[in-house]
Each structure stands twice: as C-alpha cells, then as structure tokens.
Write a protein that binds this ligand. Structure first.
Ligand code: SF4
Length: 64
C-alpha cells in the first residue's frame, strides 16, 4: 500500500498520528501531517486504514 496526505485538505488535527505513529508525524514546519513511511507493510494496514477513518478532513489517501 501507498500512503499520502492531501495537504490541500489536512488541517493538522493529528488524529492520524495517534492512529498510526509509525506512518505519520506532525510536521515541524507547518500544521500538517508528514508521511514518514509512505509504503507501510501489511502489518500496519489496519492502523493506516484507521488513520484514514479518523481523519476529520478526509486527507489520508491510500492506494492499494
Ligand atoms: S488526521 Fe487528517 S487532518 Fe489531521 S493531521 Fe492527519 S491527515 Fe491532517
């Protein structure tokens, strides 16, 4: 799977970081999330999908 954050939508809520800290972290330079692991393994699929569900801005983009 491939994971991206749509920065035109991300509003910096941080829910994705809580759901999948191995994949997302808050940016140092802006109030948005950075993807630190853009191609996570299957063992992280559940938490990445959870991150997408809990993002209020619908900004987590997953490509299978
Ligand atoms: S939960 Fe969504 S809006 Fe919040 S930081 Fe993550 S991607 Fe951005």
């Amino acid at each position: 799977m491939r994971v991206e954050v749509d920065l035109t939508r991300c509003a910096g809520y941080g829910n994705c970081v809580e759901a999948a800290p191995e994949v997302f972290q808050m940016s140092d330079v802006a109030d948005v999330a950075d993807v630190i692991l853009p191609e996570p393994g299957d063992e992280l699929a559940e938490s990445v999908h959870k991150a997408a569900r809990v993002c209020p801005a619908d900004a987590v983009v997953i490509t299978e």
